[in-house]
Design a protein. Structure first.
Length: 386
């Protein structure tokens, strides 16, 4: 389960148990920080907590402040700044050289449930979306923590109904700009005498991966994909291999005969497919089916010459589409020197992740650009209205 879904589940639990919870959200960062805008930590009434807003260096202080926020019933902004050398002595000792601003919100059961439903909707979306969270407000009848959602590029912004239509149009346009740039950022809006600080959080859709073949090598691949919060579908034509008790982490099990592979592929509706049946004819049929779909990533386990032979066979039958070579990854996985099923699964998951976010998967120690994308002057970006 993804972290956002875990936070949503914790908020739902708080609502069901009639607890007052406190949600901490990263709404602004500068410099080098471990977590970015949208990282969350929810603290329940019994003291348990889910999520993270740092690498563990500021969580202890957040937990100390939760009771105060819960008692006052008012949202509070906290700033943790480690850019000064003195932070190593007098501060939190992170040494990261960055600033993190957190919004701490007390949530009664009804508010927690509403927040959980909104986070769950965003986490399970099939499209990139934007979650806009109020940081500060002046002259506008909204409060810190209030949210609006842009579900996808061609949808309308939902939320902030209390904001004037013209001001809301500015917020909508800003959300679309952030979505196009795929970069989260806080923005200071000024419209007449009204001011809003809003954290625009760009959310990527939940990765959906389909594993074709329920052999022994599939188990660690499924486990690692689920650890990342991906949705996993498993297809195999042998019912005996798909006992639900053997695959507790799989979201969907599809049992198909070889004649119905194309139907199973259509039902899978995924972002990446990994074919690993260890059976030439089955893999050939799966490759043909995936090439006939719109999936952008087709990973083939096994040597390159084996996949090339399949492509030649399909090409002779007119079943290879133009541009197919850009979608096929053979052999699938990054060159990590993997030998065991677990090591091979790691290399496959790593390649899927790299392709999904558009990275080359090199060594971070050789990277000259920042690891995380950073908007120009993110903390001082301002949008003015008439």
């Amino acid at each position: 389960m993804s972290e956002l879904l875990q936070v949503a589940a914790a908020l739902t639990r708080a609502a069901l148990e009639d607890q007052v919870s406190v949600l901490a959200t990263v709404v602004r960062t500068e410099g080098s920080t471990y977590r970015r805008i949208g990282a969350r930590l929810v603290v329940l009434g019994d003291g348990s907590h889910v999520g993270a807003v740092s690498a563990g260096c500021i969580e202890s202080d957040v937990l100390l402040r939760v009771e105060q926020v819960r008692d006052t019933g008012a949202a509070e902004l906290m700033t943790y700044d480690s850019r000064s050398p003195d932070d190593l002595i007098w501060g939190y000792g992170t040494g990261c050289g960055g600033m993190t601003e957190l919004l701490l919100e007390p949530l009664d059961p009804a508010q927690a449930q509403a927040k959980a439903e909104r986070l769950r909707t965003v986490a399970e979306s099939r499209w990139p979306s934007v979650l806009a969270t109020i940081i500060r407000a002046s002259g506008v009848s909204v409060r810190p923590g209030d949210q609006a959602v842009l579900p996808h590029a061609i949808a309308k912004l939902t939320g902030f109904d209390e904001v004037a239509a013209a001001f809301r149009a500015i917020i909508d346009a800003t959300a679309r700009d952030k979505l196009r740039a795929r970069c989260s950022a806080p923005v200071h809006h000024i419209w007449g005498k009204q001011e809003l600080d809003i954290a625009y959080e760009v959310r990527s859709p939940r990765m959906r991966v389909c594993v074709c073949g329920a052999g022994s090598e599939a188990a660690p691949l499924v486990a690692m994909a689920k650890l990342l919060g991906w949705q996993v579908t498993l297809i195999d034509h042998r019912p005996a291999m798909l006992n639900p008790g053997q695959w507790p982490d799989v979201d969907c099990l599809l049992i198909r005969s070889p004649a119905d592979i194309a139907v199973a592929v259509e039902r899978a509706d995924c972002d990446a497919a990994v074919v690993m049946n260890h059976h030439y004819e089955r893999d050939l049929e799966f490759l043909a089916a995936w090439l006939g779909s719109a999936v952008p990533f087709i990973g083939m386990l096994g040597p390159r010459h084996r996949t090339q032979q399949m492509i030649t066979t399909l090409d002779s039958n007119g079943r290879v589409l133009e541009g197919a070579g850009q979608r096929i990854r053979s052999p699938v996985g990054l060159d990590l020197g993997g030998e065991t099923p677990e090591e091979i699964a790691l290399s496959i998951v790593a390649e899927v992740q790299a392709v999904y976010v558009g990275r080359q998967a090199g060594f971070l120690t050789r990277r000259t650009n920042p690891i995380h994308s950073r908007p120009m002057l993110a903390s001082r970006e301002s949008v003015r209205g008439l």
